[in-house]
Design a protein around this ligand. Structure first.
Ligand SMILES: Nc1nc2c(ncn2[C@@H]2O[C@H](COP(=O)(O)OP(=O)(O)OP(=O)(O)O)[C@@H](O)[C@H]2O)c(=O)[nH]1
Ligand SMILES: [Mg+2]
Length: 271
């Protein structure tokens, strides 16, 4: 694997900001253009969505980036053989990591980050609930921000899932906002792009499900990095099965885990 030796440039953004989350200090502007963007997709039983997701990412992001885009798929040996579909693409821009005997969302994204080479790194779900067409705008906004988050709750956004999912998600985000602060509206978004240099300051803690993201954003802000939210319309998945809410019991269990992780994040000391 090759490694980026230098922090290459990021592209200018010329459109208006949507929501900057409680920024205390000015970010360092970076008017250079990114050379390579790495997008990480964690997958478990996503054979109905993975190819469409990959095609849409290349379609929207490639025209913007000089050297291109790499997509890193981290699949936990899906029983539906998502990994096989990805390998059959035989696209050199797509790197497949098939983890056997390991499960976990946070650890999958962390593995993707370790394998990535881009000066911009991002990750998102591979179920077409998050719109790949938003990526170019998010990447452009890295001129002015360290971390740019696709947000379901910033002004102008919408969450079009079942009302119970929306209610639970809003409650968790309101709780996280109260406990962790910094004005971030979508603390558990999981749809993000960031400058690689962020990893010089902040490491993702690779345990658990989606709650890792709240901790990650919170640590970014505590270390003085800037986080900007870009609104989008979040849709329910139309294909495949949800891993976070396959049953009411699992749904509640996941929610309890989020609450605990917010409290742990608040109490954790940082270096
Ligand atoms: N590698 C890996 N990926 C996972 C795992 N669990 C979920 N994923 C992927 O993580 C993403 C989010 O999972 P979802 O099932 O969509 O969970 P969710 O977004 O909370 O639930 P929905 O709202 O129903 O979409 C999807 O791309 C999944 O395939 C896992 O254990 N390992
Ligand atoms: Mg999803």
């Amino acid at each position: 694997m090759t490694t980026a030796t230098e922090s290459p440039p990021l592209a200018p953004a010329d459109d208006a900001d949507a929501s900057s989350a409680g920024q205390a200090e000015s970010p360092t502007p970076d008017t250079r253009r990114p050379q390579l963007v790495s997008i990480i997709l964690a997958t478990y039983n996503e054979r109905e969505n993975i190819c469409h997701t990959i095609i849409e990412i290349f379609k929207h992001v490639c025209p913007q980036i000089s050297d291109g885009v790499e997509i890193i798929v981290v699949d936990d040996d899906s029983p539906d053989e998502t990994w096989k579909l990805v390998s059959q693409l035989e696209d050199p821009r797509v790197k497949l990591i098939r983890r056997v005997s390991t499960r976990g969302l946070a650890s999958a994204f962390n593995r993707g980050i370790i394998e990535s080479r881009g000066d911009v790194v991002g990750w998102m779900d591979a179920d077409m609930c998050m719109p790949p067409h938003l990526l170019p705008d998010m990447i452009a906004k890295l001129r002015d921000h360290d971390v740019v988050v696709g947000s379901r709750y910033a002004a102008g956004a919408s969450d079009n899932r079942h009302w119970l999912r929306v209610l639970a998600s809003r409650c968790i985000n309101r709780f996280a906002g109260l406990v962790l602060g910094f004005g971030i509206k979508d603390y558990d978004s999981g749809f993000v792009v960031l400058r690689r240099t962020v990893f010089d300051r902040v490491s993702l803690i690779p345990t658990g499900y989606g709650a890792y993201f709240m901790e990650f954003l919170y640590t970014c802000r505590r270390k003085g990095l800037t986080v900007h939210e870009v609104p989008y319309a979040f849709t329910d998945r139309t294909k495949g099965v949800s891993k976070s809410a396959p049953s009411l019991w699992r749904f509640c269990w996941t929610g309890a885990g989020y609450v605990l992780r917010v409290l742990v994040a608040r109490l954790r000391r940082i270096d």
